[in-house]
Design a protein around this ligand. Structure first.
Ligand code: MOS
Length: 752
């Protein structure tokens, strides 16, 4: 009979586990970049420029320098000459152009550009001195108006690794001209600024021996290390970057930002430790989602079957870099249509370069496209969900490739059932509760399921404790917990006995955490490392008296659970991990492995399309007199392969939905076109959803087995949750009110 110890409740992949870093976070034990205290460090306060374009003429530093405690005022005039002056750093995240370098010269490229760094032995002295700096400018004409910038739009330079140019098929223009049903519309998305809770911050510890440690708010410690090394002339091994905890990022920390340039520059100049923290207002001087305009033409047969799609989108960039995104491709990939054409252009304005923000491209393009699809559904007099099923594509329609999996049909079905979509009146303005008009809308989301080469180390100690480590980040996405669960699953060790380490450039090589590839990639690396540990344990078990596992020829003949390894075919025969270690005289087993595309056949090289999908259902209630919109219900049904941690995965989608509600109703950075400056640069005037804006949100993960997409069958969840939420809400607003809104956010002034 099997030993009862062989049937424990195993914690592993699929167990809803609370964040293993949660207690540290809520008790203040988790340190963020600006919280490290380094003895003798200087505080740097950034002075933001006043004009949008021109030159710095005079900087009067006398009053600032006279403040007691001020150590230095760094400007373009007195900053040290360092390597970056001549060589702009390039890496896989670089975009075409000339990346912004703080204090490079007297040129002003955008409003709020850092013009000086004031350093003092207290933050208060530095801040006060910074307020006394007197800068005189020579202004030049500028433009921050997106509409005016459209006159200068250009095809992007197709040079970004993550960018895929749209592919055309058939003859979209003729098919559109000949279509029974036609819809043409122009859709817009406002500029949105990144607003993670943690501001960009860097604390540089100058050790005095040629090495530095930099605590930095970023999504990839090794990327920032490489940036610092190549920009400031350090040897890579002399720079350690730590980002053990990150207070939200959403893409704002993919690239090194200017505070880390300034902090390292000052540290190197003064040979001292330095901390630089951006203010909330300074967070509005740089990272933002591109503003967008998207023209869509759709043609269909009388039944609603699509015959033509014509996409034409333009997004904003700066004058010094060409930021590009996949905007127009998503609808082309998602829907069956024989004639399709897409064009994508970028328009420069005198702002900082737009940048990646949660689901860059798809959050814009698919969301807006789904409003256009809704409009055509009404023209065809077909239920919007039926309409999408009618145009469902079982292959990637733009790339003409099979999917590794696509359980979108199931997402539609399960989402609709949970929402209660059936019986929805097809015409708008049919549901009402007192003064409130009620509407139901649906939209489809799609995002990449990517995989990125990642290494991890596993260290098993004689007492059965395990550490897994990788230089990846946890930007709130749950990576610590994913690593713990995968390790627990592979080696059958309880999560309490596992420590996950990440966020340190000295750990095994990992890419930036972004693109929704983190869980799939880090998870695979941790699994590989733990499997190697398992192989060594099996060898060690041969030394155990009686050799209970002699019948196992590989670890696949074993089950790992409850700190033991047992024969799969005869679970009564088992060995405790610690006994195997002891028998073999091992005090530790340490292995590092790398998970990579094609390695050991882990990831299929086949030319297949790898995507996650979602079906988002929204209910809104609109007050007819006040124009107030409430999003009272959202059901988000997600098809994203295997779910490692249902609990934190649900949280990912909840967060995405909330951010999508912000995109639909709130988020919009407004510029004073005369000053060329973002005006609502604070949490009070830049609106994001508050608790009172959030009502019922239900998250469903549909079953989607996919052994092919990545080694663990995981597709990634960081970004799919936001995509098309705003589309479903816009569609629900139409259903409630009969008013079609094509410009996000839909603020109440647009309704009344
Ligand atoms: Mo995400 S925009 O890849 O951090």
């Amino acid at each position: 009979m099997p030993d009862t110890r062989q049937t424990p409740i195993k914690v592993g992949i699929g167990t809803p586990l609370s964040r293993v870093d949660g207690v540290d976070k809520v008790t203040g034990q988790a340190l963020y970049a600006a919280e490290y205290v380094v003895p003798g460090m200087l505080h740097g306060v950034i002075v933001s420029g006043r004009i949008a374009k021109g030159r710095i003429a005079v900087i009067d530093e006398a009053a600032a320098r006279a403040v007691p405690g001020v150590a230095e005022v760094l400007t373009h005039r007195n900053r040290p000459h360092v390597a970056w002056r001549d060589s702009a750093h390039k890496d896989e995240l670089s975009i075409p152009g000339d990346p912004f370098v703080a204090l490079r010269d007297d040129r002003i490229l955008f409003s709020g550009q850092p013009v000086a760094l004031v350093l003092a032995d207290s933050f208060e002295a530095a801040r006060f001195a910074a307020s006394l700096l007197d800068v005189t400018y020579e202004e030049e004409p500028h433009n921050v108006d997106f509409d005016l910038s459209l006159a200068e739009k250009t095809l992007p330079l197709w040079k970004r690794k993550s960018f895929h140019a749209p592919k055309s098929h058939g003859d979209a223009d003729t098919a559109y001209a000949e279509a029974d049903l036609r819809h043409e519309g122009e859709y817009r998305l406002a500029t949105e600024h990144h607003n993670p809770m943690e501001m960009h911050a860097s604390t540089v510890h100058w050790h005095g021996d040629g090495t530095i440690t930099v605590y930095d708010k970023c999504q990839g410690a090794q990327g920032v290390r490489d940036f610092i090394a190549s920009s400031f002339g350090f040897r890579s091994k002399d720079v350690r970057v730590v980002n053990a905890y990150v207070g939200g990022a959403f893409g704002s920390g993919l690239r090194p930002q200017y505070q880390v340039q300034l902090a390292v520059l000052a540290a190197k100049h003064l040979q001292r430790s330095v901390r630089v923290v951006m203010t909330r207002q300074q967070m509005f001087t740089h990272v933002h989602r591109p503003q967008a305009i998207y023209s869509i033409k759709l043609g269909a047969e009388r039944t609603g079957k699509l015959t033509s799609m014509i996409h034409d989108a333009t997004t904003s960039t700066s004058r010094f870099e060409n930021n590009l995104e996949d905007v127009v491709t998503w609808g082309m990939i998602n829907y069956a249509c024989l004639n399709m054409r897409g064009e994508y252009t970028v328009a420069p304005r005198d702002t900082y370069t737009s940048s990646d923000m949660r689901a860059p491209g798809a959050a814009t393009g698919m969301t807006l496209f789904e409003i256009a699809m809704d409009e055509l559904a009404y023209k065809a007099k077909v239920d919007p969900l039926e309409f999408r099923l009618l145009n469902y594509s079982d292959e990637d329609a733009m790339n003409r490739q099979p999917f590794t999996s696509k359980a979108l049909r199931e997402a539609y079905r399960e989402g609709a059932a949970a929402f209660g979509w059936q019986g929805r009146p097809i015409e708008p303005r049919q549901m009402r509760d007192g003064r409130e008009m009620i509407g139901w809308g649906v939209a489809t989301g799609i995002w990449d399921a990517q995989f990125s080469k990642t290494s991890a180390r596993a260290t098993l100690l004689a007492d059965g404790r395990l550490e897994v480590a990788s230089a990846t980040a946890d930007i709130g996405t749950g990576t610590y917990t994913v690593m713990t669960l995968v390790a627990a699953d592979t080696l059958g060790i309880a999560p309490e006995r596992i420590t996950s380490r990440l966020g340190d450039s000295d750990l095994p090589t990992a890419p930036v955490e972004g693109g929704s590839w983190g869980a799939a990639s880090t998870g695979a690396a941790v699994q590989l490392a733990c499997r190697s540990v398992a192989e060594r344990l099996l060898k060690a078990a041969a030394k155990v008296e009686g050799q209970p596992l002699a019948a196992a020829s590989s670890i696949d003949d074993l089950v790992f659970a409850d700190g033991r390894m047992a024969l799969r075919a005869d679970p009564g025969r088992s060995v405790a991990i610690i006994d195997a270690m002891q028998a073999a005289g091992l005090d530790r087993i340490e292995v590092e492995e790398t998970a990579a595309t094609g390695l050991r056949g882990l990831v299929s090289q086949a030319r297949k399309s790898r995507k996650t999908h979602s079906a988002v259902f929204a209910e809104v209630r609109v007050d007819e007199e006040l124009g107030q919109i409430r999003v009272t219900r959202i059901v988000s049904a997600i098809a994203a392969g295997r779910i490692i941690n249902p609990k934190t995965s649900r949280s990912q989608i909840l967060g995405g939905v909330v951010m999508g509600i912000g995109m639909a109703l709130h988020e919009e950075t407004l510029a004073d076109l005369r000053l060329g400056r973002w005006m609502n640069h604070n949490y009070a005037e830049y609106h994001i959803p508050a608790h009172a804006d959030i009502h019922d949100i239900e998250v469903i993960f549909v079953d989607e087995p996919d052994p092919e997409v990545t080694p663990l069958g995981v597709k990634g969840l960081g970004e799919i949750g936001i995509i098309s939420v705003a589309g479903a809400i816009a569609n629900a607003i139409f259903h409630a009110t009969g008013q079609r809104h094509r410009s996000l956010p839909i603020t109440l002034d647009k309704l009344v």
